[in-house]
Design a protein. Structure first.
Length: 376
């Protein structure tokens, strides 16, 4: 039976597109259900400021009349303006283990992007590098951390069989707090303090009572610190505020660090409680009627964290300030009874960051891949 591709055009079809993640992933080992409301927010083209400069098209694959897969095609005008290219993107991919269905989905995304002048496509992006991205290709034996993807082990085969090939790998490092602090000797602490003293830099906890002011300082650092990174696209003011609003409710001030020199921000680090520990107990992704109670009671018992963002402006990127951030984060983790954490994602060729993380005894335990497909 041939595969039919259905463009999503109505609210009912969009709900089906979202629900397919639960239908197709519910039996995947170690998959953790996200909140349905969060998925809906990401795909809300009216309220998510990402779509002020981007377009998205959603497609559903049907076999024998039944939905068996989905994909999104994304045209990010800010990416193409910043990089001066014609790249399109695919994301939100879900599919049964059926190469014909996967091919039909990728064909639909590729055709949509060609019609809009794109000459290649990258993915998965959900919907950009400033959100969830990457296909898990190694490390299927453990659950994902907060805001990291997870997928069945056959997905790489479906993706690569279509002709997608690797363009970049992203690493997730894991470290137990006990092992990390066992490696932190007096010499390492002295070196860290020496770095701060040499450059007259101080590190402080952010003031959550004045979070709007802190967000403004983070904005000053972000687009400078990440501008050299592969795939980087500058946040707009609206996008940065939108992202910050989504993190305020779960952020722990003990893990929000700001580095300053003469009152000017030069770097910051954001580490978040791994909310996936709680979401794993809400398998349908719905807060009502009982999910909200599991969330409120479980968030206080979280034992792992994810270092979500750590950035230093260009002037100090080789100063050792990153290691000072890691040291402060590990010390805070010990005091709060955190047993371990993930540093992710890190570009495979970001040698400075990878070496710094490895020096604390961390190990790469998951690898995510971004693929490219030429549309010519």
């Amino acid at each position: 039976m041939s595969i039919q591709i259905q463009p999503v055009q109505s609210a009912k079809e969009k709900k089906l597109f979202i629900d397919l993640e639960w239908q197709l992933e519910k039996n995947t080992p170690h998959w953790v259900s996200p909140l349905r409301m969060e998925r809906a927010k990401v795909l809300d083209t009216k309220k998510n400021p990402f779509y002020h400069h981007s377009e998205i098209a959603l497609f559903i694959a049907r076999k024998n009349g039944l939905p068996v897969g989905r994909i999104a095609a994304i045209k990010n005008d800010n990416h193409n303006a910043f990089h001066k290219d014609k790249t399109g993107f695919w994301g939100f991919f879900e599919c049964i283990d059926d190469q014909q269905a996967a091919k039909a989905l990728f064909d639909a995304a590729a055709d949509w992007l060609r019609q809009r002048g794109c000459d290649r496509m990258w993915g998965p992006m959900n919907p950009s590098t400033n959100d969830e991205c990457g296909l898990l290709i190694d490390g299927f034996d453990t659950p994902p951390m907060l805001m990291m993807t997870h997928n069945p082990s056959f997905y790489p085969r479906l993706v690569e069989s279509y002709g997608n090939y690797k363009v970049k790998d992203l690493y997730a490092w894991y470290q137990t707090t006990e092992d990390a602090l066992a490696r932190v000797n007096d010499k390492l602490k002295r070196v860290s303090e020496k770095v701060l003293k040499r450059y007259h830099i101080s590190i402080r906890n952010m003031d959550v009572k004045h979070i709007d002011r802190e967000v403004k300082l983070m904005k000053e650092v972000y687009n400078n610190a990440w501008s050299r990174n592969w795939g980087f696209v500058p946040f707009t003011e609206e996008e940065f505020d939108h992202a910050a609003d989504g993190l305020k409710d779960i952020a722990d001030p003990d893990f929000l660090l700001m580095a300053e020199k003469d009152g000017r921000p030069v770097g910051f680090s954001v580490t978040l409680p791994n909310l996936n520990e709680v979401l794993a107990r809400i398998p349908d992704g719905r807060l009502l009627p009982t999910g909200i109670f599991k969330l409120l009671t479980g968030i206080k018992k979280i034992q792992t964290v994810r270092v979500l963002i750590l950035g230093v402006i260009k002037e100090y990127q080789f100063s050792g300030l990153g290691s000072a951030f890691y040291l402060r984060t590990m010390e805070a983790a010990q005091k709060k009874g955190i047993i371990g954490g993930e540093m992710s994602w890190i570009l495979e060729d970001n040698l400075t960051m990878n070496r710094a993380i490895e020096s604390f005894g961390s190990r790469i335990y998951k690898t995510y891949r971004i693929y490219e497909y030429m549309l010519g």
